[in-house]
Design a protein around this ligand. Structure first.
Ligand code: COA
Length: 257
């Protein structure tokens, strides 16, 4: 269990909390491991009837920890050891209701995971972005298909290619979020949504989800994206992007064709 990832269980609801607010809840490999462990255990635990994902602090998450990316790019970590793939598969195959409570920044996987949540309550002023290309990376979590379906191809391209953000209000208007609320109201609304779902008949909920999404197709797309993502992670342009972030300077991609 990571210190930066908390779990709590009450009344059929498993709550998973990103707890690294001093780093805007950037997700480390240890956090992904704890997240995957919790999701995998919940899948076969009849007591868990809904899963609520939330975060401490003023940001939901700033996405994958860029130091972790840099270590992988430098060859110091093996991709097979990266736990994010386990989390993504658990999201793809989840049959229990997933509810997210989003405040502040939701970067990268912080936004793409919402494509797998059944209920996403966001703050009106939340900032949702998927700046994969800014880091010389590619979309993940089946977002290359699912984000355009939600927000339209042109807007999805601007989000992927340029890092353009959506507000929480825009996300709700486009159907990427269930509701956009004043930020003070988000946690309670998400808690209530999870508790309402926990009281519903679990088998019918699971069957409904199976009808609404093709988990096998989503997982297959995640694998395809994952191969390209891994390739790009090891590229010279990605090394430049990670170095620029860590050195707090703009990247310069001019040297890379
Ligand atoms: N990985 C590692 N560290 C991160 C991080 C990330 N994804 N996001 C934020 N941090 C760290 C910062 O380095 C900083 O650490 P420090 O206090 O030791 O210097 C701390 O969290 C606070 O972030 P800071 O950048 O000072 O806050 P900000 O409000 O000015 O900006 C962000 C917040 C999220 C806009 C900015 O940090 C950012 O762009 N992060 C990278 C987002 C990203 O590209 N994620 C990957 C997506 S695939």
């Amino acid at each position: 269990m990571s210190d930066h990832f908390k779990t709590a269980f009450a009344d059929g609801v498993l709550t998973l909390t990103f707890a690294r607010p001093e780093k805007k809840n950037a997700l480390t490999n240890a956090m992904y491991r704890a997240w995957a462990d919790a999701m995998e255990a919940a899948a076969s635990d009849k007591a868990v009837r809904a899963i609520l994902i939330n975060a401490e602090g003023d940001a939901f998450t700033s996405g994958n920890d860029i130091m972790d990316f840099a270590q992988f790019a430098a060859g110091a970590a093996l991709f097979g050891e990266m736990q994010v793939a386990r989390v993504l598969k658990a999201l793809a195959y989840a049959e229990k209701p997933l509810v997210a409570a989003v405040q502040g920044l939701a970067v990268g996987v912080g936004t793409t995971m919402l494509l797998h949540c059944d209920v996403a309550i966001v703050a009106e002023d939340a900032k949702l972005s998927t700046p994969f290309v800014n880091l010389a990376l590619v979309p993940e979590a089946a977002s290359s298909l699912l984000l355009p379906q939600h927000v339209g191809t042109k807007r999805a391209y601007a989000m992927f290619a340029l890092g353009d953000a959506l507000t929480g209000r825009q996300a709700a208007d486009l159907g990427l979020a269930t509701a956009a609320l004043p930020k003070e109201a988000v946690a309670e609304a998400a808690r209530q949504a999870a508790h309402r779902l926990a009281l519903q008949p679990a088998a019918a909920l699971a069957a409904t989800k199976r009808l609404m999404r093709d988990a096998e197709a989503i997982a297959a797309l995640m694998d395809k994206e994952g191969a390209l993502f891994t390739h790009q992670l090891q590229s010279a342009e990605a090394r430049e992007a990670f170095a620029a972030f860590l050195e707090r300077r703009p990247p310069n991609f001019a040297a890379f064709g």
